[in-house]
Write a protein that binds this ligand. Structure first.
Ligand code: NAD
Length: 249
C-alpha cells in the first residue's frame, strides 16, 4: 500500500531536515522526486543522494513566478504530480506579538502560509486534470495551540491548518486528498540554527519542556508517506500530531 512506483512527489524544503527525509522516503517507496529548496546546493545534494529518479529545482515558494517555474519543471520532466509535500518553512525567533518586527511577521507569513498556498494553487490544476492527488502539509503544534511558538509562526501555521481543511473539503469529490502533520520538536536545521528572542523563549520554555523527547526527521517523513499512500485513501482533512504524545498532555 506504500508503493509509489511510477508516482511523482514534489517536496518543498527538500534540502534539509524533514523535507530531505521526506524526499528520501518517497524515493525509497518508488516515487520520482522533485526536490525543491530555496538553497540550490542542498536541493541538489538531496537529488544526487537519491539518484536518477530525482532532480532538484531551486525555488522560493513565497515568489509566484518562482513557483510557476517549479511546477512547470516538475510537469515537464515527469508529466504529472501525484504527491505534493508543502514542507518548506522558517522560524519566527519565537518573538511575542508586541515584540516581533512587521518585517519578520510578513516574511514568516509569506513563506509559511502564502508559500504553501502558492504551490498548492499551482499544483491543483494538474491534480484536477489527473483526477487524483495527495497533498501533505507540514504544519506544527503551533497550528493548533497558542503557546508553542511566536506570533507570526503561530498565525501562519493556524492558517496552514485552515488551508488544509479547505483544500480537503473543496476537492474530495475530485479524488484529491489534503492532510497535515503537526511535528513536535524535531532535530533539523530549524532546531539547531534558529536564533531565539529571549522574552519569547522565557514565556514558551515551560510549554516546550512538556515535549518529552525530540523527534528525528524520518519519523515525520514516515507519517507523510502514510498520509499520501493508498493505506490512507479515506483520510482527508486530517490534522495529525506527530509528537510522541506532546499535544495529548
Ligand atoms: P529546516 O530548516 O531543516 O528545513 C527547512 C527547509 O526549507 C530548508 O532547507 C530551507 O532552505 C527551506 N526553505 C526555507 N524557506 C524557503 C522558501 N522560501 N522556499 C523554498 N524553500 C525554503 O527545518 P525543518 O524543521 O525541516 O522544517 C520543515 C518544516 O517543518 C517547516 O515547515 C517547519 O515549520 C516545520 N516544523 C518543524 C519543527 C521542528 O522542530 N524542526 C516543528 C514543527 C514544524
Amino acid at each position: 500500500m506504500n508503493n509509489f512506483d511510477g508516482r511523482v512527489a514534489l517536496i518543498t524544503g527538500a534540502g534539509s531536515g524533514i523535507g530531505r527525509a521526506m524526499a528520501l522516503a518517497f524515493a525509497r517507496a518508488g516515487a520520482h522526486v522533485v526536490a525543491c529548496d530555496i538553497d540550490p546546493n542542498s536541493a541538489k545534494q538531496t537529488a544526487a543522494d537519491i539518484g536518477d529518479t530525482a532532480f532538484a529545482v531551486p525555488a522560493d515558494i513565497s515568489d509566484e513566478s518562482s513557483v510557476t517555474a517549479l511546477v512547470h519543471a516538475a510537469v515537464n520532466a515527469f508529466g504529472r504530480i501525484d504527491v505534493l509535500c508543502n514542507n518548506a518553512g522558517i522560524m519566527d525567533t519565537m518573538a511575542l506579538p508586541a515584540d516581533i518586527s512587521v518585517e519578520l511577521w510578513q516574511r514568516v507569513l509569506a513563506v509559511n502560509l502564502t508559500g504553501t498556498f502558492l504551490v498548492t494553487h499551482a499544483v491543483l490544476p494538474h491534480m484536477l486534470k489527473q483526477g487524483s492527488g495527495a497533498i501533505v502539509n507540514t504544519a506544527s503544534e503551533a497550528g493548533i495551540r497558542g503557546g508553542a511558538a511566536g506570533a507570526a509562526y503561530t498565525a501562519a501555521k493556524h492558517g496552514v491548518v485552515g488551508l488544509t481543511r479547505n483544500v480537503a473539503w473543496a476537492y474530495a469529490k475530485e479524488g484529491i486528498r489534503c492532510n497535515a502533520i503537526l511535528p513536535g520538536p524535531t532535530m533539523t536545521g530549524m532546531a539547531t540554527n534558529a536564533t531565539f528572542d529571549q522574552t519569547g523563549m522565557a514565556r514558551l520554555a515551560p510549554v516546550l519542556a512538556l515535549g518529552e523527547s525530540i523527534a528525528q526527521p524520518e519519523q515525520m517523513a514516515d507519517a507523510a508517506v502514510f498520509l499520501a499512500s493508498e493505506a490512507a485513501s479515506f483520510i482527508n482533512g486530517a490534522i495529525v500530531p506527530v509528537d510522541g504524545g506532546w499535544s495529548a498532555a
